[in-house]
Design a protein around this ligand. Structure first.
Ligand SMILES: Nc1ncnc2c1ncn2[C@@H]1O[C@H](COP(=O)(O)OP(=O)(O)OP(=O)(O)O)[C@@H](O)[C@H]1O
Length: 234
């Protein structure tokens, strides 16, 4: 079946500055949905709102039938939401294993195991299990951040610019991993990105965001490319 993620007309403010204006996005079950936009248009703010690390000032976010309202981040994780933040937020002095174990926090003691899928998707993490997070390359850290989000066995996974600053071979691995999670585990995936070609390759549906608003949307296979590129140009 799979679980949908619905963002319904949300506004988000930083003090007096409004970063999101009436943003509505639907991430369908077992599909990859991408929100594309330039630097500073509000993509990270959208994911922070979904994860519950910044409050919305209007609108609602639902995972399946559950409205999140003011639900705190750890409770959203228990409801099946996995979040891979921008910049990866790896603990540089903790080992790869310990970094993965930080994902245990919202879980009951009986659920505190690292799923095999993490090492099947990213074998490098198994090879480097005892190395410090800070010793990994940027791409390996991104894989670690995704692995950590998978520790809670999410139904819905949201990722903030997973290709940022990463070499092409690892971008391909990450793309394949996300397609596996969609196709084999039926996971619902929402990514925010600047990298159009990556999204056209792996996403099913694409939204374009500009200055805090959704300007355009369509199936990835049938995008109005001139319109999309116009919004992505600086
Ligand atoms: N903590 C904050 N306080 C005040 N303004 C903020 C804060 N975080 C973001 N902003 C502003 O909100 C707007 C949207 O930022 P956001 O980080 O969501 O954009 P983005 O599309 O993710 O960009 P990037 O790709 O650079 O992360 C920007 O104008 C930014 O300067």
């Amino acid at each position: 079946m799979g679980t949908s993620l619905n963002i319904e007309a949300i506004d988000l403010h930083y003090g007096a500055a409004q970063a999101l204006r009436g943003v509505s996005v639907c991430a369908h079950p077992a599909k990859i949905t991408a929100v594309l936009g330039r630097n500073g248009v509000g993509k990270s703010s959208l994911l922070r709102a979904i994860a519950g690390v910044h409050p919305v000032s209007r609108g609602e976010i639902r995972v399946g039938e559950t409205p999140f309202g003011k639900t705190p981040p750890y409770a959203r994780a228990r409801h099946g939401l996995g979040y891979v933040p921008q910049g990866r937020d790896i603990f540089p002095l903790l080992s790869v294993k310990e970094n993965l174990q930080t994902g245990f926090a919202p879980l009951k003691a009986s659920e505190r195991t690292i799923p095999d899928t993490v090492f099947e998707l990213f074998p490098v993490l198994k090879d480097m299990l005892m190395r410090r997070g800070g010793d990994l390359s940027g791409g390996q850290q991104q894989q670690l951040a995704i692995g950590r989000a998978l520790v809670t066995r999410p139904k819905v996974l949201i990722l903030d610019e997973p290709t940022e600053g990463i070499q092409p071979s690892i971008i391909k691995d990450i793309g394949r991993a996300l397609q596996f999670l969609r196709d084999e585990l039926g996971m619902t995936i929402l990514i925010v990105e600047q990298y159009l070609d990556f999204c056209r390759e792996i996403a099913d549906h694409i939204y374009i965001m500009d200055r805090g608003e959704i300007m355009h949307e369509g199936p990835a296979s049938d995008l109005d490319l001139p319109e999309v590129k116009r919004h992505l140009m600086v």
